[in-house]
Structures are given as structure tokens and as C-alpha cells.
Write a protein that binds this ligand. Structure first.
Ligand code: ADP
Length: 334
């Protein structure tokens, strides 16, 4: 498909270039031949006048032979030039068509990968849900309490699927090239305080303390998406911390506002740190040791939001000691 589109685009490029080149050649041919005819006429006039006294009359076909030979030469030269232009622009057009289509190709590849990953993630819980219902149906003499348990588990599974589809929707929204239109001057402290209030009940449930050292700085950004970003980071910090505390702090350095979300949780192994921002990636510890529910989408959404804001996100972590996620956003000095 990509090859076909590339060839089609090359042909379009060629058609336009050759049309221009052909029209240009016709123009040049017309001008040059007119000049040659004029030159021949002047020469004949000069020669006949110069030899006027001796009554020299040039043969009538002398000019026309010279003119037609010169015209043929001009036509041949212009055709050769057109042919060379055709070859060069064909090769150049093919190269440029490839360059033009490359971002579209990678976007399509990315979209296909997204659809494959998403359908895989959706199919697994749906298959599990279906088979537990089939097992229940096949079993004879199932009791009411077993039926209740099945319904309860199915509802939990449906809730998980709903949160997965919400996360997928959120990710697909942030993946659009024009995802965020409205950027304002934002107070980072205001957003962080709102996020902390929102997630405090979760921390309380796990008896975790949220420490705040939030100084206010202005950044240019979209309030809703920045709020999504810090909800993801703080939610993870709470999810992956069994005991201890979570800390949110801000600082400014080298024209960037740094927001740090630190926890005393399970930490991330070195081999995982470079992958945790990939879609659907979950470290083994979070599945086994922490046994925390998740789909591995939060940090890829977070990374996308940071990219849209032309910022950076990084993590420092030690297994068993905790993690610190740092988001750096360009300061707004306006
Ligand atoms: P989810 O939390 O739903 O699994 P994320 O994309 O938010 O998905 O995170 C990807 C993985 O990164 C998690 O599965 C976990 O292994 C690791 N991770 C993220 N945040 C933390 C954290 N604060 N502490 C330890 N591990 C973390």
C-alpha cells in the first residue's frame, strides 16, 4: 500500500514537473526559432546590400536550409534537456514522495499497533468473563450463593473493562496531533493542590501520608490535561506504596518548572525503567508482589501529555525503597 501510494505520488510530481518543463521548452523553442529567422533575414539583407553593385543574389533556399537545420538542433537539445529533467525528477520525486509519506506511514503503523494492542487487552478479560459464565451454566445444581458470586465477579470485571476503555479513549485523544488546542498560563500549585485533595481519600484508605512542598510557578499548559498527568503520577505513587509516605514538591531550574512525585513504595527494577512509559507495559513486581490492578496505560498517557507540553518526564527508583517521578515543564515568563 505504501509502495503504491509512493509510486502514485511520484507520478503526480512527474506530471507537474514535465508539464512545466514541456511548456517552458515550447516557449524557449518559439523564441529561439524566431530569433534565428530574424538573424537569417538580417544576414541576407546585409549580404545582398553589401554586394549590391556586383548584383550578387543569394540562392533562395539558403536561409531556409540554415533555419530548418538550426530549428532541428534546438528541438533536439530541448528534448534532451526534457529527458534529463524527466530522469532526474523521477528519481528525486520518488525520494521526496517517500519522505512525504513517511510520517503518514508511521502514524498508520502506530494506529494499527494501537488497535492490535487494545483489542488484545480487551479480548483477554472478555474471554475470561465468558468462560466463567459457561462453566457456571454447564455445572448442575449451582447454588444461589455461587450465582451471586459469579455476578459479583462479573460486575468487577465489567468495571475493569470500563476503566480500560476509558484509559484507551484518553490515550487515543492525546495521540491526535491536534489534541490540545487551548494553552493558558497555569498556576502549578493550584493544579497540584486540587489533585492532592482528589486523591487524599485513596491515601487515607492505605494509611499513607501525602507530604506537600508546593511552591507556586507559572507554566504554559492545558489545565485539564496537566491535572490528568498529576492524577496518574500521584495515583501510581499511592497504588505502589504499601507503607510510608508520598511527597509532592516543586522547584524551578534552568527555565523549567520541576514537579516531583516521590514515594516509598515497591520501586522499579532498572530493567523496567526504560519500558514503563510504553503502552501496556507493567513491571513484574506490580503484577506479582504488589498485586495492583492496572493495564499499563497511565504512564504512556502521562508521557504523551508531557510531550504535548514540550516537557520531560523521568524516573529514579530503587527496588524496595521507592520511586521519584520528575516532570519538567517550560516556565511561562510572560
Ligand atoms: P498501571 O499502573 O496501570 O500498571 P502505568 O502505565 O501507570 O500502568 O505504569 C506502568 C508500570 O510502571 C506499572 O505497572 C508499574 O510496574 C510501574 N510503576 C509506575 N509507577 C510506579 C511507582 N510509583 N512505583 C512503582 N512502580 C511504578
Amino acid at each position: 500500500m505504501f509502495r503504491n501510494a509512493r509510486i502514485k505520488l511520484t507520478l503526480w510530481y512527474l506530471l507537474i514537473i514535465m508539464l512545466v518543463s514541456f511548456l517552458f521548452s515550447i516557449g524557449v523553442y518559439k523564441i529561439l526559432t524566431r530569433e534565428v529567422e530574424r538573424f537569417a533575414r538580417i544576414q541576407r539583407f546585409r549580404i545582398e546590400r553589401g554586394f549590391g553593385e556586383n548584383h550578387v543574389i543569394l540562392p533562395p533556399n539558403l536561409d531556409s536550409d540554415f533555419v530548418s537545420e538550426t530549428k532541428a538542433r534546438i528541438a533536439a537539445t530541448l528534448s534532451t534537456i526534457d529527458f534529463v529533467i524527466l530522469i532526474i525528477s523521477g528519481a528525486l520525486g520518488y525520494f521526496l514522495a517517500g519522505k512525504t509519506l513517511l510520517p503518514i506511514k508511521s502514524m498508520l503503523d502506530e494506529q494499527n499497533r494501537f488497535i492490535t494492542d487494545a483489542s488484545h487487552e480487551l479480548r483477554t478479560p472478555l474471554t475470561a468473563l465468558k468462560s466463567s459464565m459457561e462453566v457456571f451454566l454447564r455445572a448442575k445444581n449451582s447454588s444461589i450463593s455461587e450465582a451471586n458470586l459469579l455476578v459479583k465477579e462479573s460486575i468487577e470485571e465489567v468495571d475493569h473493562l470500563t476503566s480500560l476503555s476509558n484509559a484507551l479513549l484518553q490515550l487515543s485523544q492525546y495521540q491526535k496531533p491536534d489534541s490540545i488546542v487551548k494553552m493558558d498560563t497555569i498556576s502549578i500549585a493550584e493544579i497540584l493542590k486540587e489533585v492532592v485533595i482528589k486523591l487524599s481519600p485513596l491515601a487515607k484508605e492505605k494509611k499513607l501520608i501525602i507530604n506537600k512542598d508546593i511552591k507556586d510557578f507559572q507554566v504554559r499548559g492545558n489545565k485539564l490535561s496537566l491535572s490528568d498527568l498529576f492524577v496518574i503520577l500521584l495515583d501510581n505513587a499511592i497504588k505502589y506504596t504499601k507503607k510510608g509516605s508520598v511527597a509532592v514538591s516543586t522547584e524551578t531550574k534552568d527555565g523549567f518548572v520541576n514537579i516531583l512525585v516521590k514515594d516509598t513504595g515497591i520501586g522499579i527494577a532498572e530493567k523496567d525503567t526504560s519500558h514503563i512509559f510504553d503502552r501496556f507495559y507493567r513491571a513484574d513486581e506490580s503484577r506479582s508482589e504488589a498485586n495492583v490492578f492496572g493495564y499499563g496505560l497511565g504512564l504512556s498517557i502521562a508521557k504523551r501529555i508531557v510531550d504535548i507540553h514540550r516537557g520531560k518526564i523521568s524516573v529514579e527508583s530503587k527496588v524496595g525503597e521507592g520511586s521519584t517521578f520528575m516532570v519538567s515543564l517550560p516556565s511561562d515568563f510572560s
